[in-house]
Design a protein around this ligand. Structure first.
Ligand code: C2E
Ligand code: MG
Ligand code: MG
Ligand code: MG
Length: 287
């Protein structure tokens, strides 16, 4: 089924992978091995302040370096990892690696920025999540305020659980963002109840912002609602200038998207941060 392979090719699992249980078992087996063999890597996508243009954070995004299939995107293995429960081990690794990498950038005296990590529902339902996160922060030496956890609206449906869990987590000093905001089947009830710091506007609303008055209205409304609730707001999937100008005009705080950078390796982020540091240094010298 693998037609072609190559180190940097993003090979897709074929359609059949999704349907045949044998193939699914194989993928599951491969995934289990991948955890043991350490075949996952993280890429990072910069997040920019919309008024200054500087990098204010990065999102960690997992990829699977499959020995035969090449670089496999998360959409091809996260769903199965979630179903099988393997996401917990993968997620533990992602969390620790993202914290380790962020601390390593700080140790290189690069500008300090938070790293965002995506949490899956299984991870969120773990009894010992806060303990785990606290241990990882202690082990890596990263201060909690440089960690941001992205959860989705679906995880807030059980408001009582979410409220206990998020209060514990935020007591550590980290930030919580709501990913893919606007796409979940949830009420706004949780927005005022839970200790959330930031909304991430789903890229499906950003995509047609210029052509679709409905999308434009929704994005403008999310930004203003976020600000009225004292939340930060970031737009995902910004690909062109028109979208960026719309967001600037409506005072969106931050953005993330291919217009500035796709997710890249950690070493590229270090280079980007280095040039940020150089600019900051020049500014200081001039003032
Ligand atoms: P997400 O958390 O919403 O991440 C943003 C996704 O949008 C990333 O896809 C990113 O590459 C893509 N993206 C960024 N800018 C643009 C843009 O301008 N245009 C378009 N079309 N796309 C853009 P990626 O890396 O393939 O990740 C897909 C999803 O997989 C993530 O969506 C997240 O839900 C999940 N995921 C990734 N890493 C992890 C992880 O470590 N743990 C868990 N539980 N889920 C993860
Ligand atoms: Mg995310
Ligand atoms: Mg998202
Ligand atoms: Mg998503």
């Amino acid at each position: 089924k693998v037609k072609e392979s190559g180190k940097n090719n993003c090979l897709l699992y074929s359609e059949e992978w999704d349907n045949s249980s044998l193939e699914r078992l194989k993928l599951q087996h491969d995934l289990k091995q991948a955890v043991q063999k350490g075949e996952f890597i993280l890429h990072y996508q910069p997040q920019y302040d919309l008024s200054s243009g500087s990098i204010v954070g990065v999102e960690a995004l997992v990829r699977w370096q499959h020995p035969v299939r090449g670089l496999v995107p998360p959409s091809h293995f996260i769903p199965l990892a979630e179903e099988s429960g393997m996401i917990v081990q993968i997620g533990d690794w992602v969390l620790e690696e993202a914290c380790r990498q962020n601390k390593a950038w700080q140790d290189e005296e690069l500008p300090f920025i938070p790293v965002s990590v995506n949490l899956s529902i299984r991870q969120f339902l773990q009894q010992n999540l806060t303990e785990k996160v606290a241990h990882i922060l202690a082990r890596t030496g990263l201060e909690a305020r440089y960690l941001d956890l992205e959860i989705t609206e679906s995880m807030t449906m059980d408001v009582n659980h979410a409220s206990i869990c998020l209060l514990e987590l935020t007591k550590l000093g980290l930030n919580i963002s709501i990913d893919d905001f606007g796409t979940g089947y949830s009420s706004f009830h949780y927005l005022k109840k839970l200790p959330i710091g930031r909304l991430k506007i789903d890229r499906s609303f950003v995509r047609d912002i210029e052509q679709d008055p409905g999308d434009a209205a929704i994005v403008a409304a999310i930004i203003s609602m976020a600000h009225n609730l004292n939340l930060q707001v970031i737009a995902e999937g910004v690909e062109n200038e028109a979208q960026m100008h719309f967001l600037q005009k409506h005072q969106c705080d931050e953005m993330q998207g291919f217009i500035w950078s796709a997710p890249v390796e950690g070493s590229r982020i270090a280079e980007m941060l280095k040039s940020v540091a150089a600019v900051e240094y020049k500014k200081q010298e001039l003032s």
